[in-house]
Write a protein that binds this ligand. Sequence first.
Ligand SMILES: Nc1nc2c(ncn2[C@@H]2O[C@H](COP(=O)(O)OP(=O)(O)OP(=O)(O)O)[C@@H](O)[C@H]2O)c(=O)[nH]1
Length: 648
Amino acid sequence: FRFRLPAITSSRSGNKPSALIAGFNIGIFPQTSLAFSATSGYNTIFSTINTRNAAAGVISATFIRRFGGVAMRASTSTVDETKTGKIPIVILGGFLGAGKTTALKRLLENTEGIKVGTIVNDVASVNIDAKLLSNPMNVGGSGEGGKSGTVGKGSVSGTVELQNGCACCSLSDELLTSVSDLMEGRDLDVIVVELSGVADPAAVRQNWDQAVSDRHPATLSADLNRIVTIVDSHTFGTDWMTWDTAGKRSWAEEGDECAGSRQVPELLAEQVEAADVVILNKIDLSDGEQLDTAKVVVRSLNKNAEVFETKFGELSPTQIIGNFAKSIEETNAGHSHEHSSYDEHTCSDPGCSDASHSHSHEHSSSVESTSHNHDNKSCEDSGCSDSSHSHNHDHQSCEDPGCSDSSHSHSHEHDEACSDPGCSDSSHSHSHNHDEGCGDPNCSDPSHSHSHDHKATTTANLGISNFVYKKSRPFDPKKLQRLLMSWPIPVMEELKLADLEQELAKQEGTKEKSPFVGVLRSKGFAWVAPSIMKGAYNDLDRHDNVLYWSHAGKHFGLKESGNWWASIGKEAMKELFEGNMEEYDRIIREDFVSGEWGDRRQEIVFIGANLDEKSITESLDNCICTDEQMAEYKQAILDAIAEYYESK
Ligand SMILES: Nc1nc2c(ncn2[C@@H]2O[C@H](COP(=O)(O)OP(=O)(O)OP(=O)(O)O)[C@@H](O)[C@H]2O)c(=O)[nH]1
């Protein structure tokens, strides 16, 4: 690490009087309908949706841009994920070349008769992936067995090619139409949408949720159930440290600003953060350190996702599409419990006595399941002696003195380390002091290994953690800029946790030590005060703008991302949230942090190694506006309101 100028990208629009007026309502200016009509002339509007896998689980809303300004409405965050009888849709995302098509091809070759409809999106004008997948010599081709006749009897049951290369951000209308087309006259078990490598799966989910609340016909018979992100574990560390934008790597068409402007580390982070399942692929190419780094960072970005390790996408269908596909249930109709016949070893009923299938539980390549099974996958049959799966107990260490199962620890030498898996207190160590990896099924601490294949690496000492910085006052732009300019940017070409650990140790106690040195990722919503309060060149429109703070690797971005809800006021919000008042209530309860300024706030998650929460918080607090600055800010708003009315 060296101190270098960070790559700060920021963007802001010019002064927009309509937006300016729309913002003057919270405790300062009593108006309701004015805000609404004024805002409808403004071209950036937003809605909210829960980010289910936000690293810290606390970022409550994501603001998404919508253009047009008139059809302003709130999206639902209450999509019922438990619906049955609908065709499940699985989104398959991941960076360029991570192995999406390879994994999809394997799925299409399934021997279980699972009928997979595929939708393929590529950014290039020639959709290579679609050609690969629909080539009968590659996979089964359309229909039973395909032309080659040697591959899976289920195989591809229809491929729809998305034409719009720039659909990388949202895939909205085209995806919906494609889903409808694909279902037309076909009896599918599952639809898999392979995104382009530069797509953000969370945006696809948000658009789908919007379509659900609009009751789009496609959403009445299909359900977006699962986001699977494939990560190239071999290149993850170098991609995390690259300066590249995605456009530099992809075949993005000229003028495809969407793909071109995405920063690779940020895209990687977003793809992992959005996932229900992360597949660490290409483990044949990764050395132990690369795989460990990818694992630790993935886990720190997304503590809820299932994580599998594999090569060439060698996974069972259930690992990719889940257990919900119709044919899987049908295949197992003879059993009273749900499991895939594809997987030789997936019966999870400890009491099942059906000799026709194996009872070794599904966990071949799962990072979690080899060591600490989530989702009730661990065997709970106390009499079971099958050593191929974990018998982890419920859970700290196993207390059965006779137990010889090495998949869980029997001697946690914790010394003073805290053994509470749910504990988020970063002031003390949570690292499990053992070489065999943590055997706690509930443990979400990525600072130690959960795999038993190899000795724990130095990562055990890194103490990856996260915390949320919250404040209900704006940053002073000049002070914030100074802080960002002093933010140390790693000069390493590849993220290696051992190097990071060394650097942290080296800096410990020195004057140069920056509290930000171990930060791997930070993201959230920022409120920055106007810097010019008076005159023709004022930037008072900042009063309304949400700034999305996103840092990953060497990149830092602070970008306008819609407006604060407070800029339109609660009455207008209620209209937008009609039919979804639960979400309205949540926003008011959680995000409206001050009576005077509404939801304007700082809410930024920091994720990293050996985070010094106190020092980071102090550094950020030093950038917050003082009482005098707040008085000036408030007066400037009041003056602008008065001026507006005088001009009427
Ligand atoms: N060594 C190795 N190569 C792999 C593995 N998985 C995929 N590949 C190769 O990596 C290259 C890219 O794989 P794809 O499946 O096309 O990757 P993709 O994510 O679909 O790529 P884009 O569609 O371009 O984003 C191909 O040459 C694959 O054969 C793996 O686990 N190990």
